[in-house]
Design a protein around this ligand. Structure first.
Ligand SMILES: O=C(O)CCC(=O)C(=O)O
Ligand SMILES: [Fe+2]
Length: 691
């Protein structure tokens, strides 16, 4: 690929039959290329896929050569008119113009660093004289544009038209634009008009076809929307397949339908302040989420494809969806899962009409299966599949890869194994109930926990004595929970992991979050106070009253298959600890508020302590992150399981050392548990009688 120094992918149409890209092989005769580029590329068949600033990388060694008669014919100024105005209106710099001109006509370009200054001394490697010409043309165009119908042309025709103008103006630059000096030139120009009009006709046909497709996409979507009850949208979007499909629709279906006009359409939608933001990263994230659900909950690909997740039903997946799941599973070295998805794809393809799956053939799928087998060490199966597809799909990407890999014999991939994973998956897969390690133990009780204020009585269930963890029901009201959610709904950002200074976005944590300080919301302040009464720990955030004892509420909303892998809450890296210790210390305790119920999945599990807590709206999960002897308690390793069905919202409240040194007292003996401390410390507890 010549590269052309442009991001746009210049794709030639019918006139360059088999060749779809301007490649080196086409450049035997530069003049011929220029002419073809001018006539064919510019007027009809150019597709500009992305339209960003040129990133120059090439340097085909051609110098401009004199033009053929066809080239001359294109100098007809009248044909410039409809397109000229755009360069005046578009935000394109002179430099970009010239480099684009160069690119279209394959003039020599050098690196980006050599882009010209305004003096025109070095225009992408052009001679000064040529550069000056370029300036003249662009200047002319801009002046001209001011006087013409800049607004008459629709945004969506811009890319093609840009190329037209660029090509034409290049020709002007190169020949000096002086056709009036020769009757022969004018005659040739007029004689070639038919060719130009033929090209224009092709261009118009292409636009018609494109709009026809776009319009049928529109009608189909409207029909589908009309069949749906919008009040049920949140309910529908509880199911992973429905979410997956919605994400795909916004990140790829619209993109495919709009083609090169996607960006300008996005801008139009943005002015109406309507969200329309999904992109390719979202598809990858969504696909990974389905794979995560599959592995954590040990789901079968065939069930998921039918929309069956642990008995909860939703829309089915298409063969393209299942194929993409197989592809991603392969790239994640999950070979068995990949084969499952590809087998499902083959079986779906045999049921779908050829039209519905026109982009995907069984041979295509089998070639990838061959590669998966090869990486799994099963050369025999791989060879067999290759023999099957080498005639039916010889040029398919995976067929070519497979044929290479059969010779190279890649080393077999071993499945990735994380040791904590088994326990994590087991605990997440329990039915959505409380699961405690030792329910028969006498201290595992329900109790009314009295607070500092006598009229507060919290319903508490102790889950574990070491580490101390309990749940408290109805710590908030529905109104309070919804107020916290509403407070953040326009300010959610992707959650990060790691210590403050070095935090990063990762697949370890797939959720959005925001913070609510007590000073911003009376609801937050009230709940903080309640937590103070409940735990007996200071929750002050007012700086005038000393170092803060808590962070703001961290309100978190999980997305498709949203999860948080196993971690502990306190800061662990020395630098961060040193920094926070100076002020507020570390996170000695966590209060995790559930702001929603979750139909299936989404439990908080303690992988070492063997506990699982299923979300219940308004319930709080409370635990100490440090043992009574003040060592970080690694039994508090915990995780948020992937959400299967429903929407999960939580709010974290982390309580710090500051202000709590004497509230969370040391134990009287090294073996003492938190309950022992509490017994000693707060006589207000009801005695814990053995059952
Ligand atoms: O979502 C959950 O259940 C756990 C969240 C968590 O551990 C955290 O945000 O630190
Ligand atoms: Fe956590």
């Amino acid at each position: 690929m010549l590269g052309l120094g442009l991001q746009p992918d210049l794709t030639l149409g019918k006139h360059w039959k088999s060749s779809t890209k301007l490649s080196r092989n086409h450049i035997k005769y530069p003049e011929q290329l220029i002419t073809k580029a001018c006539v064919h590329v510019s007027l009809t068949a150019v597709r500009v896929n992305s339209w960003s600033k040129p990133a120059l990388s090439l340097s085909p060694a051609f110098s401009p050569s004199p033009l053929s008669p066809v080239g001359h014919a294109m100098l007809q100024p009248a044909l410039l008119q409809p397109v000229v105005c755009l360069i005046g209106t578009a935000a394109i710099t002179d430099t970009d113009c010239v480099c684009l001109l160069s690119a279209v006509c394959c003039l020599p370009l050098r690196r980006e660093t050599e882009w010209p200054g305004r003096d025109g001394s070095s225009y992408c490697g052009w001679s000064t004289q040529l550069a000056r010409r370029a300036h003249q043309v662009i200047w002319y165009i801009r002046i001209y544009a001011d006087r013409t119908m800049a607004t008459a042309l629709r945004d969506e025709t811009r890319p093609q038209i840009w190329l037209t103008i660029l090509t034409w103006s290049t020709v002007l630059i190169m020949v000096g634009g002086e056709i009036f000096t020769s009757s022969l030139k004018v005659e040739r120009l007029v004689q070639e008009e038919r060719t130009v009009l033929d090209e224009l006709k092709q261009y118009i046909d292409h636009q018609y076809d494109r709009l026809k497709d776009l319009s049928s996409f529109y009608t189909d979507r409207v029909k589908e929307l009309n069949l749906q009850d919008s009040s049920k949208t949140p309910e529908v979007l509880q199911h992973p397949n429905a979410v997956y499909k919605a994400i795909k629709r916004f990140s790829s279906d619209y993109a495919l339908a709009l083609g090169e006009n996607l960006e300008s359409f996005r801008r139009t939608v943005a002015t109406a302040q309507v969200p329309f933001e999904a992109d390719h990263g979202d598809i990858r994230g969504a696909t990974l989420s389905l794979l995560r659900l599959q592995s954590v909950y040990q789901l079968k690909a065939v069930d998921m494809a039918q929309g069956d997740y642990l008995g909860y039903r939703g829309p089915p997946l298409s063969p393209i969806d299942t194929f993409e799941l197989g592809q991603l599973a392969f790239s994640e070295s999950r070979l068995n899962d990949s084969l499952d998805w590809l087998n499902v794809t083959l079986s779906l393809l045999s049921h779908f009409s050829a039209k519905a799956s026109s982009h995907l053939s069984p041979a295509h799928v089998k070639a990838l299966m061959g590669r998966v087998h090869l990486y799994g060490g099963n050369d025999y199966m791989a060879q067999g599949l290759y023999d099957e597809v080498k005639f039916t799909d010889p040029s398919g990407g995976d067929t070519l890869e497979l044929s290479k890999e059969l010779l190279d014999r890649p080393r077999a991939l071993l499945p990735k194994q994380q040791d904590y994973f088994q326990n994590f998956s087991r605990l997440c897969s329990l039915d959505n109930v409380l699961h405690v390690p030792n329910p028969a133990h006498p201290t595992m009780v329900c109790r009314y926990r009295e607070a500092l204020l006598p009229y507060y009585l919290f319903k508490e269930e102790i889950l574990s004595e070491q580490p101390f963890a309990s749940v408290i029901y109805n710590l908030t009201s529905d109104i309070e929970a919804d107020t916290l959610k509403n407070h953040v709904k326009n300010q959610l950002v992707r959650g990060r992991v790691g210590d403050t200074a070095t935090s990063f976005v990762s697949d370890i944590r797939t959720s959005d979050l925001s913070w609510v300080w007590d000073s911003e919301s009376s609801t937050a302040a009230n709940i903080s106070l309640r937590i103070k009464h409940l735990t007996g720990l200071e929750t002050n955030q007012d700086p005038s009253a000393g170092p803060a004892s808590t962070e703001a509420f961290q309100v978190v909303n999980y997305g498709l298959g949203g999860h948080y892998e196993v971690h502990v809450d306190p800061f662990e890296d020395d630098a961060t600890i040193e920094q926070v210790m100076e002020n507020s210390g570390n996170r000695i305790a966590t209060v995790l508020l559930y702001l929603s119920d979750v139909t299936r999945g989404g439990s908080t599990v303690f992988t070492k302590a063997g506990m699982a807590v299923a979300p219940v709206k308004n319930m709080a999960l409370f635990w100490y992150n440090f043992r009574p002897d003040h060592q970080l308690d690694y039994l508090t390793y915990h995780a948020g399981c992937p959400v299967v069905i429903g929407h999960k919202w939580i709010a974290n409240k982390w309580i710090w050392t500051a202000g709590n040194t004497f509230r969370r007292r040391c134990a009287l003996s090294p073996q003492a548990s938190q309950l022992d401390i509490e017994r000693d410390m707060r006589k207000s507890y009801r005695p814990l009688e053995p059952r």
